[in-house]
Design a protein around this ligand. Sequence first.
Ligand code: HEM
Length: 168
Amino acid sequence: MSAWARSTIHIQEELEPKFEEQNLQKSESVKILESMPTLTKIFSMQEISQHNERDDCWVVIDGKVYDVTSYMDEHPGGDDVLVNATGKDATEEFEDAGHSKDARELMQQYFIGELDLTPVIPELEIFTKEQPAYMVQKLMNKVTKHWAVPATIVGISAIAGILYLRKK
Ligand code: HEM
């Protein structure tokens, strides 16, 4: 589980069992906290795809992540379809199966978080303080590699110059 996911555990999830265990009254501040929108856990596709077995199965439908492990035996569509739906966005397959309104309500029980939709930014070339030295080095490498081009230009110019002067 990512650090971000760990740090965004639902307040309710944390507090409810403790209150029940100790038979405590909730204070006003706790009630206010509970009425506030809770933070959703965010999972990367890489992390989600590790839960791809019958006894540990997460699926992604419409950007939402569901832990369907405990639903395996009850799923009318079978357990295989759920296992096969792991590691990818299974929205299309879910919709193709024509799930009823009841099925859509039921799935809320298995909701555990959302898919991280942050685009992966390609690593940018980092220019350091040594940039001028780096550029000179790059230029030198190019000249060493393609020395024949400037040498030919200089040679042709010299021959043309000599021929021109001789003509005069
Ligand atoms: C939390 C997730 C899911 C829940 C709660 C769920 C629930 C259900 C339920 C209740 C049914 C019975 C028909 C209905 O009432 O619509 C069903 C059927 C089915 N589901 Fe799911 N489902 C889930 C995910 C999926 C996924 C991800 C797939 C495919 C990749 C899938 C494929 C099917 C299929 C093929 C059927 C059988 C349809 C038929 O025989 O008519 N389900 N599901």
